[in-house]
Write a protein that binds this ligand. Structure first.
Ligand SMILES: C[S@@+](CC[C@H](N)C(=O)[O-])C[C@H]1O[C@@H](n2cnc3c(N)ncnc32)[C@H](O)[C@@H]1O
Length: 413
């Protein structure tokens, strides 16, 4: 697709054709393309319409009903912040009363749209011409916000950012354009040195403009964010998506924090002021109490398991794994799941198989942290499947307690 095709897709005739197209299905794609050709649509435009229809269907998961009004590239969709997370980013700029944000590497414009919706004018730039053109189309509902082609490195910071209420947002690409991995997706980069724009450029911007946010990989080491910044790990439905570093007026609480997002629940924030500095640890398996708490992975990544021990009066089973044992039952704290512990025993296939057999368990949910083993092989050894069949269903947690491999049979509450 080229920028002319993007402009055509966004024109009244392109929009009308896209709107009237049936839901994308691989089996009917050729027939649909033939019908479009019969209406005088060129092969390039027909292909672009079908691609957009397919990507819109895929984008529903990230953008819900908003996907219907947006254009995408496959890479742009893959890299875009999901709606709930983009809203989180945008909220910081709006709360800091910034009038304008420069989005340097704006992709298809998900973050830029969320900021615009909160009344912030966004100037987006992207080095990829088609991506920039698509972002500009996606920003149409907010005429003051625009996106154009450009390199972040050519951006000149305003001379007086303090008085111009200007901020910067950077979501550097963590993928190599044009290079596919084994799944056909653009290949991920894992080193901070490989992101684009670079980490040194992010730091340069942060020294030029006070209000800067940069979205980075959730594997960001704790010693990278500079002093005075806030590094926030965000999860969606239990999966950690990112660590965003915030500078200046965008900082809520300097240090490390976690934001836990779940469908249908208000966001929950955890910061270092809530956490035990040196969380207590279980010293033996016998210390495992009647309740187990499983910290959300954003909390674990942020190194804030101490917030769970503080909230539950509990102790970590093993440093950093995110399992906390407690004698106390604490109602939903929003950033840890609670389980009732039925049994805690040293890990042994034979003992576990016997325990499950004695209780008629025929379906097993396996959770594991801190233990390397192949789940399928374990199921074969235990002679047990996932579904309960006509027997009982159980959940086991395979982990380490005070350095030793252990099994906890638990019940979600
Ligand atoms: C992760 S995506 C941004 C996603 C965006 N925040 C969203 O939610 O839709 C990063 C984008 O940065 C662009 N990019 C990478 N290096 C750049 C550079 N040096 N200057 C401008 N854009 C760049 C890529 O083309 C890509 O579209």
């Amino acid at each position: 697709m080229d920028t002319r095709t993007v402009r055509w897709l966004a024109s009244p005739s392109g929009r009308a054709l896209l709107h009237d197209l049936p839901e994308y299905a691989e089996s009917s794609a050729i027939a649909t393309a033939t019908q479009l050709r019969a209406k005088g649509v060129s092969p390039e435009r027909a292909a672009a319409l079908l691609t957009q229809k397919r990507l819109r269907a895929r984008a529903q998961e990230k953008f819900g009903e908003f996907a219907e009004g947006m254009l995408f590239t496959a890479d742009g969709l893959e890299q875009a912040s999901r709606l709930e997370v983009a809203a989180t980013h945008a909220g910081r700029y709006a709360a800091a009363s910034l009038a304008t944000v420069h989005d340097l590497g704006c992709g298809i414009g998900s973050d830029a749209m969320a900021m615009s919706a909160l009344g912030v004018t966004v100037h987006g730039i992207d080095q990829d011409p088609v991506t920039a053109a698509i972002a500009d189309v996606n920003l149409r509902p907010w005429p003051d916000s625009r996106a154009r082609i450009g390199r972040a490195e050519d951006f000149r910071a305003p001379a007086d950012p303090l008085h111009s209420r200007v901020g910067i947002w950077l979501d550097p690409a963590r993928r190599t354009p044009g290079v596919a991995d084994s799944t056909g997706r653009t290949r991920r980069v894992f080193r901070l040195d490989d992101i684009s724009p670079s980490w040194s450029y992010v730091l340069e911007m942060a020294s030029a403009v006070p209000a800067v946010g940069a979205k980075l990989s959730p594997s960001l080491p704790h010693d990278i964010p500079p002093l005075g910044t806030e590094a926030q790990w965000t999860s969606w439905q239990g999966t950690v998506l990112e660590c965003t570093v915030w500078w200046g007026p965008l900082v809520r609480q300097a240090g490390r924090s976690a934001r836990v997002l779940r469908a249908g629940a208000p966001p929950v924030e955890v910061d270092q002021t809530m956490a035990d500095h040196d969380p207590p640890r279980a010293r033996t398996l016998a210390q495992v109490g009647p309740w187990l708490y499983e910290a959300d992975r954003a909390v674990t990544r942020a190194g804030l398991i101490g917030a769970v021990t503080a909230a539950t009066g509990g102790a970590e089973l093993e440093a950093g794994l995110g399992y906390i044992t407690s004698d106390r039952s604490v109602d939903d704290i929003g950033y840890a799941r609670r389980y009732a512990v039925a049994e805690a025993m040293p890990f042994s296939i034979k003992a576990l198989r016997g325990w499950l057999r004695d209780r008629g368990v025929t379906g097993l949910t396996i959770k594991k942290r801190g233990i390397r083993l192949d789940e399928d092989q374990l199921r074969r050894q235990l002679k047990i499947g996932r579904g309960a069949g006509d027997g009982e269903q159980a959940t086991v947690v395979l982990t380490r307690v005070a350095g030793e491999q252990a099994v906890l049979v638990v019940e979600p509450t």
